[in-house]
Design a binder for this molecule. Sequence first.
Ligand code: DX5
Ligand code: ZN
Length: 226
Amino acid sequence: ASGCKIGPSILNSDLANLGAECLRMLDSGADYLHLDVMDGVRFCLSCRHFVPNITFGHPVVESLRKQLGQDPFFDMHMMVSRPEQWVKPMAVAGANQYTFHLEATENPGALIKDIRENGMKVGLAIKPGTTVEYLAPWANQIDMALVMTVEPGFGGQKFMEDMMPKVHWLRTQFPSLDIEVDGGVGPDTIHKCAEAGANMIVSGSAIMRSEDPRSVINLLRNVCSE
Ligand code: DX5
Ligand code: ZN
Protein backbone atom coordinates (compact mmCIF):
# COMPACT_ATOMS: atom_id res chain seq x y z
CA ALA A 1 0.00 0.00 0.00
CA SER A 2 1.26 3.50 -0.66
CA GLY A 3 1.78 5.82 2.27
CA CYS A 4 1.91 3.25 5.02
CA LYS A 5 1.93 4.57 8.56
CA ILE A 6 3.74 2.95 11.44
CA GLY A 7 2.23 3.03 14.91
CA PRO A 8 4.39 1.56 17.66
CA SER A 9 2.49 -0.21 20.42
CA ILE A 10 3.95 0.83 23.76
CA LEU A 11 2.51 -2.18 25.60
CA ASN A 12 5.93 -3.85 25.84
CA SER A 13 7.81 -0.67 26.67
CA ASP A 14 9.18 0.43 30.02
CA LEU A 15 5.82 1.42 31.46
CA ALA A 16 7.39 3.25 34.40
CA ASN A 17 8.69 5.70 31.83
CA LEU A 18 5.76 5.73 29.46
CA GLY A 19 6.07 9.37 28.45
CA ALA A 20 9.75 8.99 27.65
CA GLU A 21 9.07 5.78 25.74
CA CYS A 22 6.42 7.51 23.62
CA LEU A 23 8.83 10.37 22.95
CA ARG A 24 11.52 7.89 21.97
CA MET A 25 9.12 6.38 19.42
CA LEU A 26 8.10 9.77 18.02
CA ASP A 27 11.75 10.83 17.81
CA SER A 28 12.43 7.58 15.97
CA GLY A 29 9.93 8.51 13.28
CA ALA A 30 6.69 6.89 14.46
CA ASP A 31 3.70 8.19 12.47
CA TYR A 32 1.30 7.65 15.35
CA LEU A 33 1.04 5.92 18.72
CA HIS A 34 -1.07 2.82 19.23
CA LEU A 35 -2.21 2.76 22.87
CA ASP A 36 -3.59 -0.55 24.16
CA VAL A 37 -6.30 -0.27 26.79
CA MET A 38 -7.31 -3.52 28.50
CA ASP A 39 -9.83 -4.23 31.22
CA GLY A 40 -8.57 -7.74 32.03
CA VAL A 41 -9.79 -10.63 33.96
CA ARG A 42 -7.91 -13.82 34.64
CA PHE A 43 -10.02 -16.04 36.84
CA CYS A 44 -13.59 -15.08 36.09
CA LEU A 45 -14.48 -16.41 32.69
CA SER A 46 -18.14 -15.52 33.01
CA CYS A 47 -17.34 -11.87 33.74
CA ARG A 48 -17.58 -9.94 30.53
CA HIS A 49 -14.16 -8.39 30.60
CA PHE A 50 -12.55 -8.39 27.27
CA VAL A 51 -8.98 -9.64 27.62
CA PRO A 52 -6.98 -11.38 30.35
CA ASN A 53 -4.71 -8.43 31.05
CA ILE A 54 -4.90 -4.91 32.47
CA THR A 55 -3.11 -1.86 31.18
CA PHE A 56 -4.15 1.75 31.68
CA GLY A 57 -7.06 4.10 31.20
CA HIS A 58 -7.90 7.66 30.29
CA PRO A 59 -6.01 9.35 33.16
CA VAL A 60 -2.78 8.03 31.68
CA VAL A 61 -3.81 9.20 28.22
CA GLU A 62 -4.49 12.65 29.62
CA SER A 63 -1.01 12.79 31.13
CA LEU A 64 0.58 11.61 27.90
CA ARG A 65 -1.27 14.29 25.96
CA LYS A 66 0.01 16.93 28.34
CA GLN A 67 3.56 15.72 28.08
CA LEU A 68 3.65 15.09 24.32
CA GLY A 69 1.67 18.10 23.15
CA GLN A 70 -1.13 18.31 20.59
CA ASP A 71 0.62 16.80 17.58
CA PRO A 72 1.00 13.05 18.12
CA PHE A 73 -1.94 10.99 16.89
CA PHE A 74 -3.29 8.62 19.58
CA ASP A 75 -4.97 5.50 18.25
CA MET A 76 -6.74 4.00 21.26
CA HIS A 77 -7.09 0.23 20.94
CA MET A 78 -9.94 -0.41 23.35
CA MET A 79 -9.81 -4.06 24.38
CA VAL A 80 -12.57 -3.61 26.89
CA SER A 81 -16.09 -4.80 27.41
CA ARG A 82 -18.79 -2.17 27.08
CA PRO A 83 -16.57 0.22 25.12
CA GLU A 84 -19.43 2.75 25.18
CA GLN A 85 -18.42 3.86 28.65
CA TRP A 86 -15.01 5.30 27.75
CA VAL A 87 -15.81 7.36 24.66
CA LYS A 88 -16.23 10.71 26.36
CA PRO A 89 -13.43 10.27 28.92
CA MET A 90 -11.01 9.29 26.16
CA ALA A 91 -12.06 12.21 23.97
CA VAL A 92 -11.59 14.62 26.86
CA ALA A 93 -8.21 13.04 27.66
CA GLY A 94 -7.01 13.78 24.14
CA ALA A 95 -7.53 10.60 22.11
CA ASN A 96 -7.71 11.07 18.31
CA GLN A 97 -9.09 7.71 17.27
CA TYR A 98 -11.25 5.28 19.21
CA THR A 99 -10.81 1.73 18.00
CA PHE A 100 -13.31 -0.65 19.59
CA HIS A 101 -13.97 -4.35 19.15
CA LEU A 102 -17.01 -5.48 17.25
CA GLU A 103 -17.26 -8.44 19.65
CA ALA A 104 -17.60 -6.15 22.66
CA THR A 105 -20.72 -4.19 21.78
CA GLU A 106 -24.29 -4.93 20.87
CA ASN A 107 -24.85 -1.67 19.04
CA PRO A 108 -21.91 -0.71 16.81
CA GLY A 109 -23.97 1.89 14.95
CA ALA A 110 -24.73 3.92 18.07
CA LEU A 111 -21.15 3.67 19.23
CA ILE A 112 -19.78 4.87 15.88
CA LYS A 113 -22.11 7.86 16.08
CA ASP A 114 -21.09 8.65 19.64
CA ILE A 115 -17.37 8.47 18.81
CA ARG A 116 -17.88 10.93 15.94
CA GLU A 117 -19.96 13.28 18.07
CA ASN A 118 -17.06 13.32 20.49
CA GLY A 119 -14.74 14.44 17.73
CA MET A 120 -12.70 11.28 17.28
CA LYS A 121 -12.03 9.05 14.30
CA VAL A 122 -13.57 5.59 14.37
CA GLY A 123 -11.65 2.32 14.28
CA LEU A 124 -13.39 -1.05 14.29
CA ALA A 125 -11.43 -4.13 15.33
CA ILE A 126 -12.06 -7.84 14.91
CA LYS A 127 -10.44 -10.69 16.81
CA PRO A 128 -8.95 -13.64 14.92
CA GLY A 129 -12.10 -15.71 15.43
CA THR A 130 -14.42 -13.09 13.93
CA THR A 131 -14.98 -13.28 10.19
CA VAL A 132 -14.77 -10.19 8.10
CA GLU A 133 -18.40 -10.44 6.97
CA TYR A 134 -19.42 -9.07 10.37
CA LEU A 135 -17.31 -5.98 9.85
CA ALA A 136 -18.35 -5.31 6.27
CA PRO A 137 -21.74 -3.70 7.01
CA TRP A 138 -19.96 -0.97 9.01
CA ALA A 139 -17.04 -0.40 6.67
CA ASN A 140 -18.52 2.67 5.01
CA GLN A 141 -19.07 4.37 8.36
CA ILE A 142 -15.62 3.91 9.86
CA ASP A 143 -12.19 5.41 9.25
CA MET A 144 -10.18 2.28 9.93
CA ALA A 145 -10.61 -1.48 10.20
CA LEU A 146 -8.26 -3.31 12.55
CA VAL A 147 -7.63 -6.94 11.67
CA MET A 148 -6.03 -8.56 14.74
CA THR A 149 -3.19 -10.90 13.85
CA VAL A 150 -2.94 -12.36 17.38
CA GLU A 151 -5.48 -13.03 20.11
CA PRO A 152 -5.65 -9.67 21.89
CA GLY A 153 -4.17 -9.46 25.36
CA PHE A 154 -0.40 -9.55 25.17
CA GLY A 155 2.51 -8.26 23.14
CA GLY A 156 5.17 -10.54 21.72
CA GLN A 157 2.90 -13.24 20.29
CA LYS A 158 3.27 -15.04 16.98
CA PHE A 159 1.82 -13.44 13.84
CA MET A 160 -1.20 -15.29 12.42
CA GLU A 161 -0.64 -15.33 8.71
CA ASP A 162 -4.04 -16.89 8.11
CA MET A 163 -5.62 -13.50 8.91
CA MET A 164 -4.23 -12.03 5.67
CA PRO A 165 -7.20 -13.08 3.53
CA LYS A 166 -9.36 -10.80 5.72
CA VAL A 167 -7.08 -7.86 4.98
CA HIS A 168 -7.02 -8.67 1.29
CA TRP A 169 -10.79 -9.01 1.11
CA LEU A 170 -11.31 -5.68 2.86
CA ARG A 171 -8.75 -3.98 0.61
CA THR A 172 -10.58 -5.27 -2.47
CA GLN A 173 -14.03 -4.28 -1.25
CA PHE A 174 -13.12 -0.93 0.32
CA PRO A 175 -10.15 0.51 -1.58
CA SER A 176 -9.94 3.73 0.41
CA LEU A 177 -10.44 2.29 3.90
CA ASP A 178 -7.51 2.45 6.30
CA ILE A 179 -6.66 -1.11 7.30
CA GLU A 180 -4.54 -1.77 10.38
CA VAL A 181 -2.83 -4.98 11.43
CA ASP A 182 -1.81 -5.60 15.03
CA GLY A 183 0.06 -8.49 16.61
CA GLY A 184 3.38 -10.10 15.77
CA VAL A 185 4.13 -7.59 13.03
CA GLY A 186 7.82 -6.85 12.42
CA PRO A 187 10.53 -7.10 9.78
CA ASP A 188 9.80 -10.82 9.25
CA THR A 189 6.06 -10.44 8.69
CA ILE A 190 5.57 -6.98 7.19
CA HIS A 191 5.78 -8.31 3.62
CA LYS A 192 2.67 -10.40 4.14
CA CYS A 193 0.75 -7.46 5.60
CA ALA A 194 1.80 -5.16 2.78
CA GLU A 195 0.95 -7.69 0.12
CA ALA A 196 -2.53 -8.15 1.58
CA GLY A 197 -3.13 -4.39 1.57
CA ALA A 198 -2.68 -3.15 5.14
CA ASN A 199 -1.60 0.49 5.39
CA MET A 200 -1.56 1.12 9.15
CA ILE A 201 1.03 -1.03 10.82
CA VAL A 202 1.13 -1.62 14.55
CA SER A 203 4.34 -3.10 15.84
CA GLY A 204 5.20 -3.55 19.48
CA SER A 205 8.02 -5.80 20.54
CA ALA A 206 9.80 -5.73 17.16
CA ILE A 207 10.34 -1.99 17.59
CA MET A 208 10.57 -1.81 21.38
CA ARG A 209 13.15 -4.54 21.73
CA SER A 210 15.34 -3.17 18.96
CA GLU A 211 18.50 -1.21 19.72
CA ASP A 212 17.70 0.95 16.72
CA PRO A 213 13.96 1.62 16.58
CA ARG A 214 14.38 4.23 13.85
CA SER A 215 15.76 1.69 11.40
CA VAL A 216 13.00 -0.81 12.21
CA ILE A 217 10.32 1.85 11.71
CA ASN A 218 11.90 2.91 8.42
CA LEU A 219 12.20 -0.65 7.22
CA LEU A 220 8.56 -1.40 8.04
CA ARG A 221 7.40 1.77 6.29
CA ASN A 222 9.55 1.18 3.22
CA VAL A 223 8.58 -2.46 2.76
CA CYS A 224 4.92 -1.63 3.32
CA SER A 225 4.90 1.31 0.92
CA GLU A 226 6.65 -0.52 -1.94
C1 DX5 B 1 -2.12 -7.15 21.66
C2 DX5 B 1 -2.04 -5.66 21.41
C3 DX5 B 1 -0.94 -5.28 20.50
C4 DX5 B 1 0.44 -5.65 21.00
C5 DX5 B 1 1.33 -5.78 19.82
O1 DX5 B 1 -3.30 -7.45 22.30
O2 DX5 B 1 -3.25 -5.21 20.83
O3 DX5 B 1 -1.02 -3.90 20.16
O4 DX5 B 1 1.00 -4.74 21.89
O5 DX5 B 1 2.58 -6.18 20.24
P1 DX5 B 1 3.47 -7.11 19.32
O6 DX5 B 1 3.83 -6.31 18.08
O7 DX5 B 1 4.65 -7.41 20.18
O8 DX5 B 1 2.68 -8.34 18.96
ZN1 ZN C 1 -3.23 -3.22 19.97
